[in-house]
Ligand binder design. Structure first.
Ligand SMILES: Cc1cc2nc3c(=O)[nH]c(=O)nc-3n(C[C@H](O)[C@H](O)[C@H](O)COP(=O)(O)OP(=O)(O)OC[C@H]3O[C@@H](n4cnc5c(N)ncnc54)[C@H](O)[C@@H]3O)c2cc1C
Length: 294
């Protein structure tokens, strides 16, 4: 099956997510091009297999029972950056850090906010990733990809319909293959200094040496999830092998536990915060796959 592609059968998702959690994906593919993705879609459809698309896995909780069907990782085999004037086009598997570094090299400002976000350009567009007052929606002018039937599509910024940590990508079942940014001219040294400053702030506040998927919950309107969790006395709270980071209460971390521990911790935190503050926390991370039987 999937003979003409780079694939792994029974691939442990813990090896492909920054949370380092998750059972096996039946099949995990590393396509090199949009054509290969379309071919994988076709083969999966012939076998009536569900398909899941991921990037670097930095916003994912894969469950212990694993993921049925085919997981397509748009990553290492689909990287590349092309700049023309102030326009930068990157293949979807390009890491945002690499795109930001190349922009600085070319004297192009506007991606500094993204340099510390540990995901791909495709995942960044899907999530409308953002930090420090910047977000993808401000810089992305369009994306190319494939619809669920494997047909090529191009989406303008308007069609991408960016919102807070979301875009039209997931709802329309589009697999992003290329992203275009419009940047501004700037001095490479000033751009690098800004990136270094933001990354220093990030390292100071966030538990970057622990397994996490970044902020577990979305920012509820008018509040900060981390402040609410802290206020409820949950900073450092442990549930099995999962913990609310003692450094940043918005980050739930995996300390050698299971996805079940992590889900239990998420539920506990959300329940306590709602009981004590009346604010409902919604997950920012995407949960994939199946739970194991109790
Ligand atoms: C330490 C740490 C810090 C973080 N800081 C931030 C931050 O400051 N700001 C922020 O917004 N996020 C942050 N994150 C979360 C995460 O890095 C972002 O959400 C990132 O954009 C996810 O990209 P990814 O490639 O890892 O996508 P994945 O986690 O693999 O996938 C996320 C979603 O995107 C979809 N997707 C991925 N690639 C594609 C594609 N090619 N086509 C279509 N859909 C696709 C997936 O289906 C899934 O729904 C952080 C995470 C960590 C671990």
């Amino acid at each position: 099956m999937f003979e003409s592609y780079e694939v792994i059968q029974n691939a442990p998702m813990r090896d492909y997510t920054t949370l380092k959690l998750g059972g096996p994906a039946d099949w995990l593919a590393f396509p090199r091009s949009g054509e290969e993705i379309a071919g994988l879609f076709r083969e999966a459809r012939e076998r009536e297999m569900p398909v899941t698309v991921i990037g670097h896995g930095s916003n994912l909780l894969a469950l212990d029972g694993g993921i049925r069907g085919l997981v397509i990782r748009v990553g290492k085999n689909m990287r590349g950056i092309h700049t023309e004037g102030r326009r930068m086009t990157v293949r979807a598997g390009t890491m945002l850090s690499a795109a930001a570094a190349e922009a600085a090299e070319q004297g192009l400002a506007g991606l500094e906010f993204a340099s510390g976000i540990p995901g791909t350009a495709g995942g960044g567009v899907c999530m409308n990733a953002g930090a420090y007052d910047g977000e993808m929606s401000q810089r992305v002018t369009g994306a190319a990809g494939l619809d669920p039937d494997g047909r090529e599509v191009r989406l303008s910024r308007e069609e991408l319909a960016f919102g807070y940590r979301r875009s039209a990508i997931a709802g329309r079942g589009i697999t992003v293959t290329e992203v275009t940014f419009e940047l501004e001219e700037g001095s490479p040294d000033a751009i690098r200094a800004r990136m270094a400053e933001l990354n220093r702030k990030r390292a100071e506040k966030q538990p970057l040496d622990q397994a996490s998927a970044g902020s577990t919950f979305k920012r509820p309107e008018g509040y900060f999830a981390a402040a609410l969790i802290d206020q409820c006395g949950l900073k450092g709270y442990v549930e099995g092998g999962a913990q609310v980071s003692a450094k940043h209460a918005g980050f739930l971390i995996n300390r050698g536990g299971t996805s079940r521990d992590f889900l239990n911790l998420m539920r506990h935190v959300a329940r306590v915060v709602e009981e004590r503050t009346g604010v409902r926390l919604e997950p920012e991370i995407r949960v994939l796959g199946e739970e194991t039987a109790e």
